[in-house]
Design a protein around this ligand. Structure first.
Ligand code: HEC
Length: 115
């Protein structure tokens, strides 16, 4: 099993363990995560994001933050990836929601790989 798959499973484990007692939020989240194709996410990062943020999440342009040290929550990242910010282009009309969520999560795997 590659490191990437292990990280993927780790996310599912973490998110599954913090659901509410009803189980509905947890179910929705885990369904959303199951819909993510992480191989596609990695490829998409490579051709749409690495040009500014670097293939390992260490940015190659001055104005773009290093993603390896991002302190933002998954939701905050989804918002920035969807709507863009300053010179970062919005992706909501280009990538589907599942891909955007996958990219927000993938950033944590860049941070783990860097440490
Ligand atoms: C044209 C260069 C460029 C591209 C391409 C780009 N970004 Fe960005 N990104 C930026 C800049 C600049 C910021 C800082 C925006 C600000 O805070 O003003 C940023 C900020 C972010 C942040 C917030 C990080 C933090 O912790 O503050 C995330 C997450 C992010 N980008 C993810 C992505 C993803 C995922 C992609 C690919 C879909 C991508 N970016 C493509 C330039 C880019």
């Amino acid at each position: 099993m590659s490191r990437f798959n292990i990280i993927h499973l780790l996310f599912i484990a973490v998110i599954s363990s913090c659901g509410n007692t009803e189980g509905s939020t947890r179910q929705v989240l885990s369904d959303e995560i199951k819909a993510i194709n992480f191989e596609d996410v990695r490829a998409t990062y490579g051709y749409k994001c690495s040009i500014c943020h670097g293939s390992e999440g260490v940015s190659v342009i001055r104005s773009a933050p290093n993603l390896v040290s991002s302190q933002l929550s998954i939701d905050e990242r989804v918002e920035i990836i969807s709507n863009g910010k300053t010179t970062m282009p919005p992706q909501k009309d280009v990538l589907d929601e599942s891909m955007i969520l996958g990219l927000a999560m993938y950033i944590d795997s860049l941070a783990i790989a860097a440490n």
